[in-house]
Design a protein. Structure first.
Length: 140
């Protein structure tokens, strides 16, 4: 009879990028499921076995963004809010105070949407540079 660790690791495929992908049963969202006397989430079992208990009030965030990954080095115990803000959902984008380049959202358009003034300045300079090149080519 194999130990729970042996049964668990038999269902893991180690990828070159460091992810330990769960190859057995998954739920409808893509998270692995493992039966260890009762059904548990595979990433939670891995974290608890390799790292220790998940602190009360915290959830596990997949730093690699791969829900099937069970590598404890790719899991971090964080608050639900932090996990939400790190995600790629619409809610995360709306609540995030910074743009994708790390600038704070410091402008509001006439339609109410936030924007980053620094990124807008960069985009305007790029647009002007491209159009100046096109105009120069068209004139020659």
């Amino acid at each position: 009879m194999r130990s729970p660790v042996e049964r668990f690791m038999a269902k893991v495929e180690r990828l070159a990028d460091g992810c330990w992908v769960w190859t057995a049963s998954r739920d409808h969202c893509g998270y692995g499921k493992f039966h260890d006397g009762r059904m548990v989430m595979a990433h939670r079992w891995s974290y608890q076995h390799h790292v220790g208990p998940i602190p009360d009030g915290l959830v596990l965030d997949h730093l690699c963004r791969n829900r099937a990954c069970v590598n404890p080095a790719h899991l971090e115990a964080v608050t639900q809010r932090t996990n939400l803000l790190r995600g790629e959902t619409y809610t995360a984008r709306v609540l995030r105070p910074y743009c994708d380049r790390g600038h704070i959202y410091d402008g509001i358009r006439s339609d109410g949407y936030r924007f980053c003034r620094e990124c807008a300045r960069v985009a305007k300079r790029e647009w002007a540079r491209r159009n100046a090149t096109r105009n120069a080519e068209a004139a020659s």
